[in-house]
Design a protein around this ligand. Structure first.
Ligand SMILES: Nc1ncnc2c1ncn2[C@@H]1O[C@H](COP(=O)(O)OP(=O)(O)OP(=O)(O)O)[C@@H](O)[C@H]1O
Ligand SMILES: [Mg+2]
Length: 514
């Protein structure tokens, strides 16, 4: 397997020394000033402005309620470290498309989350609402019929294989088995990268919501952050948005409700949840035409700063996008990507991969080129965070824009540490914020990474000693990633149509700088 040998590179002494979580000196982390807006939280506790509650109310938290127009208002009060993180993952598999048929016709409450969440009274209730108004009901039924039909068509298109990215892309004759894996990773990423149509739908969705927002609040604007503004989204990822306004104060409970109600009236939101009193007040809903899940937060700029920083990371870090997308899909398939259930969110994944690539000894010394060695790097990523990383003692941070390790014990903002076996990742925009504090299920995440390392290395050895005839049509990556999708060309169409979220984020930063 030569210089790129998986075994040789993954067991390199130098590599282990650098990567086993041994700490570097903690340099002072660059302070990033938080804007006033970011620090503001809603203390308001208005009463009486919301519509009366209807008969279907079932309150898990005594204060949670469903309004008469079918909007669920969740009154999250506490903000403990292990609590509910309002940033969610995604619903990124065509087979995950929520059912749009029978069960949505009658109002029903669905409880999401583990027993643990329920026990903590941290449960998360979603409402499938229907209007009492007859016309609206008919309209809704019509829409649901159309969606069901669309879903049937989409499902027919889904290929009967768990590895659609290998169709017509055979790399089994590669001499280096690690090159085979590298090519498969590239194919997978091209396969799940957005088509022109998908980008246009996202652009359109955001424009429509922004227009509606401006009708309601002329002083406000809608900005996109998160994976859509960094091109790190999978096909069903949510869109994270933030409403910022000249007059401010849009994060109040009443304003959240007004916006939710306005979007609903304009047929731009279904399955709405208003989480009014969380650390980050938020509205979550599904945009009915695109079925995209949207999260809207208020009066904050930190996500917009993070989007810019992540795009800079992507420009400066070859291989970052590929590995992040693979790890995202890997965790998503195992239901380990949702922070609400202790999984690892998109932001944490980006930081883990960024840190891994920038501290990789063979990359630092320019011994290897990341893009040509994605296979080896993926295996080593799984080895590091599955087998070697010192979760008990080591925190990830950054200094002058470069990732560093430092002792968790020296990070005053996270003391006292309740659970030492936990991931601690310093927010590059706020040194007091541990972005992975909600990821309490590190045990399973670590186990999954370790398992992936074993599965991939075994598969590499197995195929390395197989004949070319036996290798034909086989997948290496498929040993750890499965994906059900339709046949599509391996065209990453991001070059054909502009992602407006990126342009707008760039413009936002230009305006701020002026
Ligand atoms: N714990 C957190 N603390 C502060 N900001 C966060 C935190 N989690 C997420 N964010 C902000 O929200 C943005 C979106 O986070 P998220 O975890 O949804 O990642 P994502 O890149 O959008 O991935 P996905 O496609 O899975 O949604 C981040 O880029 C960051 O700005
Ligand atoms: Mg997101």
């Amino acid at each position: 397997m030569g210089a790129k040998s998986i075994v040789a590179s993954s067991s390199s002494k130098k590599s282990k020394k650098q990567h086993n979580g041994k700490m570097k000196k903690n340099k002072k982390i660059k302070k990033v000033r938080k804007s006033k807006k970011d620090r503001s939280t809603s203390d308001e506790n208005e009463a009486g402005n919301l519509p009366k509650l209807n008969d279907q109310e079932i309150n898990k938290n005594p204060d949670d309620h469903v309004t008469s127009d079918g909007i669920l208002v969740l009154e999250k009060k506490s903000d403990d470290d292990e609590g509910f993180d309002d940033y969610d993952g995604h619903f990124d598999n065509p087979t995950d498309v929520p059912s749009t048929t029978e069960e949505n016709k009658t109002p029903s409450l669905t409880v999401h989350g583990s027993e643990r969440d329920l026990a903590n009274n941290d449960d998360f209730i979603s409402l499938s609402a229907s209007s009492e108004d007859e016309d609206a009901k008919k309209e809704e039924e019509e829409r649901q019929k159309k969606e069901a039909e669309l879903l049937r068509i989409r499902q027919k298109e889904i290929l009967n294989t768990d590895y659609p990215w290998i169709l017509n892309h055979d790399h089994s004759r590669q001499k280096e088995i690690s090159d085979w894996l590298t090519f498969e990773i590239k194919d997978f990423v091209a396969y799940i990268s957005p088509s022109r149509e998908e980008i246009e739908i996202r652009n359109q969705t955001i424009s429509t919501i922004r227009e509606a927002l401006k009708q309601l609040w002329p002083d406000a604007d809608l900005h996109v952050f998160g994976s859509y503004s960094t091109d790190l989204y999978l096909p069903g990822s949510d869109i994270d948005c933030v409403v910022n306004s000249e007059l401010g104060g849009k994060e109040s409970r009443n304003n959240l409700y007004s916006l939710a109600s306005h979007l609903k009236k304009n047929n731009l939101a279904t399955e709405i949840e208003v989480v009014a009193k969380a650390r980050v007040p938020i509205i979550k809903f599904v945009e009915p035409h695109s079925r995209i899940h949207i999260d809207v937060s208020f009066e904050r700029t930190n996500g917009l700063e993070a989007a810019k920083l992540i795009r800079e990371w992507l420009n400066d870090t070859p291989g970052l996008r590929e590995l992040v997308l693979i790890v995202k899909q890997f965790l998503h398939a195992r239901r380990l990507n949702n922070v609400h259930t202790g999984g690892l969110g998109g932001f944490s994944i980006i930081c883990l991969v960024f840190s891994f690539l920038h501290m990789h000894p063979r990359i630092i010394t320019k011994e290897i080129d990341s893009k040509d060695n994605l296979g080896v790097l993926l295996i080593e990523f799984f080895e590091l965070y599955g087998k070697n990383f010192g979760y008990d003692d080591v925190a990830l941070g950054s200094s002058d824009g470069y990732p560093i390790y430092f002792p968790k014990s020296s990070w005053s903002a996270i003391q006292p540490i309740k659970n030492p076996f936990s991931l601690a990742i310093q927010d590059p925009g706020d040194e007091s914020n541990n972005i992975s504090r909600g990821s309490f299920n590190i045990r399973d995440i670590k186990k999954a990474f370790a398992g992936a390392f074993d599965l991939l290395t075994n598969r590499c050895f197995e195929l390395h000693s197989a004949t070319f005839k036996d290798r034909l049509g086989k997948s290496i990556l498929g040993n750890v990633i499965k994906y059900r999708g339709k046949a599509r060309d391996f065209k990453d169409e991001r070059g054909l149509v502009l992602n407006k979220a990126i342009i707008e984020n760039e413009n936002y930063h230009k305006n701020v700088a002026e």
